[in-house]
Design a protein around this ligand. Structure first.
Ligand code: CU1
Ligand code: CU1
Length: 288
């Protein structure tokens, strides 16, 4: 029987507590930091020439689907009732409301150093020390909305523009492509500076602090954001039933993306799984 992933709004008090407790236990066991390191190791930009499996590439969606599933498995080894909730940022848009509450993710960082001071992941609570970061700062930081240089949170309209595209992804399969659902949702846009960020990327930028960059997994908000991203892939599939993950075949030898992206039936590092095998996991979990 498939289990369900819920909107974070629908979680009862006890469910919030069990989710938080499972995260803290996975952290205590040292498993959480392995997820952080895996994400950092796969943070390859498309300016470099190695294989990109996690970002700026078609497999952005299956990579994070598998990553999320592995974290959820770790949580469920601690407490079999726990699943990863999603944050619908198109609806819950206030910095002092869900999911930024004391009993869930905790709130915004303080003004001076952006350190999160409340909730279970505050450094001073003693259970969430950042060991694998892009800086040496050991505490969780956030800058919701980026007060000094405001970033507008992604909107329902922006999301709709991604969902409406029937093509999964297009050549050159990177961060510059302007057609295709994948990059519209991942959110690498054109234009100057911050105005270019769309959907998923803009959410990372809106949260700020450690959520910006390769070590973003250090903020547990990462999982709630990516559960919502993952739900969009499922919604897109339902809306465009004749369409699938692309490319179906690897780019040929003469193609600039040869050896740099993962085609539908190729292995998706670091796992022994293909994008095709990750297109439908409705036997494992469903969204409600
Ligand atoms: Cu990522
Ligand atoms: Cu992300």
């Amino acid at each position: 029987m498939a289990y369900t992933r819920k909107n974070v709004r629908a979680l009862k008090r006890g469910e919030r507590r069990r989710f938080v407790d499972a995260l803290l236990e996975v952290k205590r066991r040292g498993e959480y930091d392995e997820f952080v390191r895996t994400h950092i190791a796969h943070y390859a930009p498309d300016g470099e020439h190695q294989l990109r499996s996690a970002h700026m590439a078609p497999s952005f969606l299956p990579w994070h689907r598998k990553f999320l599933l592995e974290l959820e498995r770790a949580l469920r080894r601690v407490d079999g009732s726990v699943t990863v909730p999603y944050w619908d940022w198109t609806r819950d848009r206030a910095i002092d409301a869900l999911p930024w509450t004391d009993d869930l993710l905790g709130g915004n960082g303080r003004r001076s150093d952006r350190q999160v001071m409340n909730g279970p992941f505050a450094y001073r609570e003693g259970r969430w020390k950042i060991t694998d970061g892009v800086t040496e700062v050991p505490y969780l930081t956030r800058d919701l909305g980026r007060a000094r240089h405001p970033v507008r949170l992604s909107t329902a309209r922006d999301l709709e523009s991604a969902l409406a595209d029937p093509v999964y992804d297009s050549p050159p399969w990177d961060s510059t492509v302007t057609r295709g659902f994948r990059n519209k949702l991942e959110g690498w846009g054109t234009g100057p500076g911050r105005s270019a960020w769309r959907n998923h990327n803009r959410v990372h930028q809106w949260v700020g602090g450690v959520m910006v960059g390769g070590a973003s997994v250090n903020d547990p908000a990462f999982w709630l954001v990516h559960a919502f991203v993952d739900l969009q892939w499922t919604r897109w599939q339902l809306r465009h039933p004749g369409h699938r993950y692309l490319p179906a075949e690897p780019p040929g030898r003469g193609d600039a993306q040869h050896g740099r992206i993962v085609a539908r039936h190729e292995r998706l590092p670091p796992w022994d799984v293909t994008p095709a095998a990750l297109e439908d996991l409705s036997g494992i979990y469903r969204y409600v």
